[in-house]
Design a protein around this ligand. Structure first.
Ligand code: ADP
Ligand code: MG
Length: 572
């Protein structure tokens, strides 16, 4: 049966606000928790991030508060300032039509005097971190004598952060005649202990994974050697043109390492882990939200509960140690009807954990093909072209208009050489340290046929050779240094492959994945058998297996790529 907000017995003010916020119907946890809380029951809930817990405990709180009384009636405890602020903001939106309602957020790292002054004026609802709430109780600025509704949000994280004693003390100073709401992503013994001690016959709610495994999230994994993970992360970031990404690692040390490596490669990246002070956390989150940094590297605990909209992918740099964490991690993307990607890097010794996750979530995670260095160069070239277009259309180029003449004159190079050099300097493609087939740990299976030429060497190295020391066969030597391929003619295809000419190119904003997608989709052949792709301005070349060539040509004739009609034929 579908539950609607109308059927939950809410006030006009709340219904109006909820509608304005674009909520069409309650989330499962809201549908279950709100009626029980309105009835006065305690609630013990287990649910992941992004399931709508704030409104689940927030709406009943707003309905119960006596606005004519200025004293504090509701106390909500959150593990971090970030979360406290997030909860307050959501409550403010929900309380938009509850005139006279005052909310106050209290947390460490901000002037306690200011918070004391605000509390003096009176706030019916106080949201805060346990440490600061304790301080304010001790200073007698926060009085809990009239609190009748207490929320512990993300309780497991509060315990992880060492707030157990504070929580005990705080809950002991709230009158017994009260409702206690406890939400936690995991239900450990200590959490059950708190529930037993401070709750009375709570209604237990568990939002099962089935309800949270989001259909909007495209889940892919890449088999990659441990030491190739950074390289694959970069390739994935580039190939999918990801704008806002969270990268998850299992440890703080790994977070630091990944952050450092990515930032040395020119990515704008910030990191979040348990050791940061509150002010640092805030700075990091502000940068990430505003887009000043588009990659956030984080541990599970540090990123818990963070609600940033528009994250287009989550990358699991390590496989999480707990299946539940996987569900949490990927739940950061694909929110609010948008689609998202969950990309998981799997080293050989992590494969069994991937299987465990699949069993647990009952979702099959697709195996992805690591983008080749050529793919990346193609993507960067396309990006460079749009940057040039933008720079020209913005104008203000007068100061530099004599540059081509100067370069010709002083260097004697051709225009092609000069442009190629400028592109190389600007595009930021760094020579790949890895051959494409040197990244995957199981290079013998599911390899792109274009990599066949490396077969023997790849196997040999798996047994102990150090890839980095090898001279020939490194991808950088293979193509990266040559710059744009002269002339744009079809290069020699790999054995067993046929090179096809495709009448769309960079000017149609076609990227390798568009071609792979169209061919795989239309001709019904797996994307991984499609070989190397070269994209030029007006046309492209793609290698396909000999036996599929005919099928591809037939299937593609009269079809479109990126909305453009294509002509496809065997290249001369
Ligand atoms: P949680 O605390 O469980 O991680 P939040 O309460 O922060 O989740 O909610 C996550 C996001 O979903 C917020 O942006 C919130 O506004 C939105 N949201 C909550 N409830 C609904 C609903 N019923 N319909 C649509 N969006 C909702
Ligand atoms: Mg929350």
């Amino acid at each position: 049966m579908e539950v609607l907000f109308d059927s939950l017995g809410l006030s006009e003010e709340i219904l109006k606000a909820v509608t304005e916020m674009g909520f069409t119907k309650p989330s499962p946890i809201q549908a279950e928790a709100i009626p029980s809380l309105l009835e006065g029951r305690d609630v013990l809930g287990q649910a992941q991030t992004g399931t709508g817990k704030t409104a689940a405990f927030g709406i009943p709180a707003l309905e119960k508060v006596d606005i004519s009384d200025k004293r504090t009636q509701v106390l909500m405890l959150c593990p971090t300032r970030e979360l406290a602020v997030q909860v307050t903001e959501e409550l403010r939106r929900l309380a938009k039509y509850k005139k006279g309602l005052k909310l106050e957020t209290v947390y460490g790292g901000d002037s306690i005097e200011r918070q004391i002054r605000s509390l003096k004026i009176g706030a019916q609802i106080v949201v805060g971190t346990p440490g600061r709430v304790m301080d304010l109780i001790e200073r007698k600025a926060l009085k809990l004598d009239f609190v009748n509704y207490v929320v512990l949000d993300e309780a497991d994280e509060m315990l992880d952060m060492g707030f157990r004693e504070d929580i005990d003390t705080i809950l002991e100073s709230v009158p017994d005649e009260r409702q206690t709401v406890l939400f936690s992503a995991t239900m450990s013994k200590p959490i059950m202990g708190i529930a037993q001690k401070f709750q009375e016959d709570p209604v237990q709610i568990k939002i099962t994974r089935k309800e949270v495994t989001n259909e909007n999230i495209e889940q892919t994994y890449f088999e990659v050697k441990q030491r190739g993970k950074i390289e694959v992360t970069c390739r994935v970031l580039d190939a999918y043109d990801l704008k806002q990404v969270i990268i998850f690692c299992n440890t703080k040390r790994k977070v630091d390492e990944v952050t450092e490596e990515l930032s040395s490669k020119g990515y704008s990246v910030e990191s979040l882990h348990g050791d940061l002070r509150q002010t640092q956390r805030n700075q990091v989150m502000a940068k990430f939200r505003s887009g000043a940094a588009n990659i956030l590297v984080a541990t599970d605990v540090a990123a818990r509960g963070i609600d940033v909209s528009g994250i287009d992918a989550v990358i699991n740099f390590d496989l999480p140690l707990d299946e539940e964490y996987y569900v949490h991690r990927i739940g950061r993307t694909g929110r609010a009807g948008l689609t998202g990607k969950a990309l998981t890097l799997v080293a050989k010794d992590e494969k069994y954990r991937l299987r465990q996750i699949e069993t647990y979530t009952k979702v099959k995670i697709d195996k992805g093909v690591i983008p080749t260095f050529e793919d990346i160069v193609g993507v960067r070239k396309a990006r460079f072209i749009s940057q040039v277009e933008e720079a020209v259309s913005t104008g203000d180029l007068d100061l530099y208009e004599d540059m081509l003449g100067m370069l010709h004159h002083t260097t004697g190079f051709t225009t092609e050489q000069i442009v190629a050099a400028l592109v190389k300097i600007n595009m930021g493609v760094q020579k790949s340290e890895f051959a494409d087939n040197d990244l995957a740990w199981d290079a013998d299976r599911d390899r792109r046929p274009s990599e066949r030429g490396f077969e023997k060497r790849g196997r040999f190295e798996d047994r102990g050779g150090r890839g980095e020391e090898r001279g020939s066969g490194r991808f950088g030597d293979r193509g990266g240094d040559r710059g744009p391929r002269e002339g744009g003619g079809p290069k020699r295809n790999e054995p067993g492959m046929v090179r096809l000419f495709v009448s769309v190119g960079r000017k149609d904003r076609v990227q390798p994945r568009d071609i792979v997608g169209a061919i795989a989709g239309e001709a019904g052949i797996p994307g991984r058998v499609i070989g190397s792709i070269d994209i030029f301005d007006a046309y492209s070349f793609v290698d396909v297996p000999e036996r599929d060539a005919r099928k591809v040509v037939e299937a593609m004739s009269g079809n479109t790529i990126k909305g453009k009609m294509v002509n496809i034929e065997v290249a001369r």
